[in-house]
Design a protein around this ligand. Structure first.
Ligand SMILES: *Cc1c(COP(=O)(O)O)cnc(C)c1O
Length: 367
């Protein structure tokens, strides 16, 4: 028997969240962002839930090829574009749309003699200062791109630095001013802009983290108004119980000291499974269906929980570390990180299962 820890992936939750995106940005098409192996969920595992997406966006050429091999015929966008001359051929063969954020990438396209032409998304650095042409350089870059034989259509994109905490109008204004004279589809919005900035929706949105039910801000409270469903549940069991007397401590560093007699449950889950070591005493956890808290330091293979609110829970009691009842953000935030990182960092040693996908009503044969 393996240790009693496992992750369950819920493709139906992804499908539900994608529908929510489509209802929120009604007149936009949606690139489903599935980079980093679908934010740790596994591309193949959630693929059946993506049928209603208009395109798939990711970074790795290998992942793009995997998506084509799964049978995806709609657009596939490489969010960082291509890196080497041979990537042009891969992009051509698999009909990949490539982001172009600098002249080195234009040079790769110019040097290549593809048989088919390639759709590109020309990227503007509107203030993020990571990838892209500055607004003042953008129109000239567009001219150069449109003169390249290998280039088919040119979409225009940019990325927000702080759509999660408020003001993005300055970046939209930069983008709009610099693209005023240019044709092509526009794409600006990550998850945060999908939820909170309708002005940024445009032709294509690019939601990532909300497809998996996590908060773009890293704070669970901020998505309370949106019925997003968690796409991953990390669960385990109690494998040991200790009864402490007042004044006794638990775990490495003795960081938690009981102020009264209390029962402690030992859970088979530690930082080697992907649970954050920085999760402090008080981080929420569900034991036997009851919300309680972790206490003491998280170790490599175990963590400890307060059994006071669930006196009947003993060895074998089920534990939800994150999922539908404890949002991954509720674990991430007190640990000084965001749900994105925890989902991506699920450890390889954790066995993963997949909920079966319930056919949608529309798919049922009509009477
Ligand atoms: C990752 C990424 C996204 C999705 O971001 P979320 O915050 O997860 O929605 C969108 N656009 C680009 C360019 C990205 O790299």
């Amino acid at each position: 028997m393996p240790r009693p820890i496992s992750a369950r992936i819920h493709p139906d939750a992804v499908r539900h969240n994608l529908q929510l995106v489509k209802r929120t940005a009604r007149s936009s098409r949606a690139w489903a962002v599935i980079k980093a192996n679908a934010y740790g969920h596994g591309i193949e595992r959630i693929y059946p839930a993506l049928a209603d997406a208009d395109g798939i966006a990711l970074l790795d050429l290998d992942e793009a090829v995997r998506v084509r091999e799964l049978g995806w015929t709609k657009p596939v966008l490489l969010l960082e574009g291509i890196f080497e001359p041979e990537d042009v051929e891969t992009a051509e063969r698999h009909r990949l749309t490539v982001t172009v954020h600098c002249d080195d990438q234009l040079a790769l396209l110019k040097a290549a003699k593809p048989r088919a032409r390639i759709d590109i998304q020309l990227k503007m650095n509107s203030g993020m200062n990571r990838l892209g042409y500055r607004p003042g350089e953008f129109e000239a870059a567009w001219e150069r791109a449109s003169g390249i034989e290998a280039v088919s259509s040119i979409g225009l994109m940019s990325h927000f630095a702080n759509a999660d905490d408020g003001a993005i109008d300055w970046q939209i204004d930069e983008f709009d001013a610099a693209t005023r004279n240019l044709p092509g589809t526009r794409s600006l919005s990550n998850s945060a802009a999908v939820l909170w900035h309708p002005r940024a929706h445009r032709d294509w949105v690019r939601p990532g983290t909300i497809l998996y039910g996590a908060s773009p801000t890293g704070c669970a409270r901020h998505i309370e108004g949106f019925p997003l469903r968690a796409a991953m549940t990390l669960e385990s069991r109690i494998i040991g119980v200790q009864t402490l007397e007042a004044g006794e401590t638990i775990g490495y560093g003795r960081t938690f000291k009981a102020d009264r007699a209390m029962r402690i449950g030992v859970v088979a889950c530690g930082y080697a499974d992907g649970y954050p070591r920085h999760a402090p005493t008080g981080t929420p956890v569900i034991v036997d269906g009851v919300r309680t808290r972790i206490v003491g330091r998280v170790s490599m293979d175990m963590l400890t929980v307060d059994l006071t609110p669930c006196p009947a829970a003993g060895i074998g009691a089920p534990v939800e570390l994150w999922g539908e009842r404890v949002r991954v953000d509720e674990v991430a935030e007190p640990s000084g990180t965001i749900g994105y990182e925890l989902m991506c960092a699920l450890a390889r040693r954790v066995p993963v299962s997949i909920d079966s996908v319930v056919p949608r009503k529309e798919e049922a044969p009509s009477a």
